[in-house]
Each structure stands twice: as C-alpha cells, then as structure tokens.
Design a binder for this molecule. Sequence first.
Ligand SMILES: C[S@@+](CC[C@H](N)C(=O)[O-])C[C@H]1O[C@@H](n2cnc3c(N)ncnc32)[C@H](O)[C@@H]1O
Length: 263
Amino acid sequence: MQAYYALGLEQERLAGPHLLEWVRTCELLERHLPPAPATLLDVGGGPGAYAVWLSRAGYAVHLVDPIPSHVARAVAAAAAEGAELATATVGDARALAAADNCADAALLLGPLYHLQDRRERLRALAEARRVTRPGGVVVAAAISRYASTIDGLLRGFFDQDGFEDIVIGVLADGRHRNPTRNPNWFTTAYFHHPDELRAEITETGLVLLALVAVEGVGVALTDVHARLADPRRRERLLRAIRRLEEEPTLLGATGHLLAVARA
Ligand SMILES: C[S@@+](CC[C@H](N)C(=O)[O-])C[C@H]1O[C@@H](n2cnc3c(N)ncnc32)[C@H](O)[C@@H]1O
C-alpha cells in the first residue's frame, strides 16, 4: 500500500476516472452529516479532497492518514483553496489519538478497504464509534466485491495476463492482491459483499441508518464526464442512481458502497 500511494496517483483520482464517486459521495455526505459548523474526523483522508471541501463548507476537519505524503498534500491542498484543516496528522484508523466523543461525525473513506483482516476492520469501526459523540454519525466506505469484475471489463484488463486470477481471488474471499504491481490494478485491499459491511457496522454497536451504492447503476458508464458536465443530463443521471441506491438486488453492482451509521 505504501509503495502504491508513493506513486502519487491519489491526488488526481477523484477528478479523473472516479468523478462519479466524488459527486455521489459529496451528495451523500451533504445528506447525512450534521450541519456545519461541526467537528469531523476524516480518517484515511488521503490527500484531502473531502477534508478540504468540508472545511470550505464550514466544518472543523481533523484529517488522519498513515501516509505522510498524503497528510502533507492535504495541508497544501487546503492552503491552495484558502481553507485550513483543524489538524492533519499521521495516524492509523485502528488506534486513533483523538479523545472519546470528540467529533460530531467520523469519516472512514478508505481504511476499511485497506484492512484485509475482519478483526482490524472492526477495530477501525470501533475507534470511529469511540471518537464520535453518542448520536453522531459514522460514514464508512467500502469497495464492492464485484468492482474489479466491472472495472476489468470496462477497461480491458481481462485481456491482460494475471488480471482474471486477481478477480477469482477476490470473489473467493474478498482479498484483492496485486502481485503484478500494475498500478491500474490497485494495491492490497479488501472488497466487501454488502452483507459483510452491514454486519461489521452492526457488530461494532453502530446503528446502521443507510447502506447505499455510491456509483450504483452509473458504474458502467463510459461517458460520465460528459453527462456530469451538462446540468440537465447530470440531474437525470443522479436521480436515476438515487432511485436505486438502496435496491438490495443491485447493491453490489457498484464501485463503492457507503454505510451511514449512528454512534
Ligand atoms: C483511496 S484513498 C482514499 C482517500 C480519501 N478518503 C478519498 O476518499 O478520496 C485510501 C486512504 O486510506 C488510507 N488508509 C489505509 N489504511 C489506513 C488505516 N489503517 N488507517 C487510516 N487510513 C488508512 C490510505 O493511506 C489512503 O490515503
């Protein structure tokens, strides 16, 4: 994971191939977060895309990430946008330095899909619950078990040696391993079945409020940038995704899942 993120690809990800993830995640955060001003912990905040956006919206955002270059980039990105993060520190979702009940909401938009061991994912969720005040909100992202099959078909990866074996491994146990180190094929990760994410949230003692597909039925669009650039087509696309975002028979057919829970 360290070597993968050292490539510095994360900074541009949400504006490029993952623009729909960004737009939908922003929409879901606006819907579910307590209104600003409020205190947020962005755990696994990476180079700060959401942290900067939320700071500009009036939240006090504390960003935590284990990759020092991500933390430094987040601070620089905030400064470039005329925003300021409340704090930005190197740390791990499994053992947060923050005090009990210090946040109105905690975001885990990354850690759960980098922890292959279920006990470690439960620790990360328990930490998010601990630092969030009772009644506050925990928002956790996961990558769908089926994301690499969809992405592999769309982007032609199945035509390259080695990719199908990676997908077969994921379908067997959720563990995504990339021994080829081809950066298009991501890094060591865990891809959830929606039922697993639901179970992990409730086992932590969090109250699940919503489990939604982020890209949902828009996941396989090849012209998503053009659609999002046109205001009318954008709204039609987002309404289509929204209508089916919680449809149980479609939940896994997405890139990302988002669980929203009450602490
Ligand atoms: C794909 S990036 C997502 C960054 C940002 N949250 C977003 O959604 O754009 C995943 C992030 O999770 C972080 N991460 C991985 N394992 C973690 C852990 N154990 N604790 C906290 N963050 C972790 C990585 O360093 C990386 O910055």
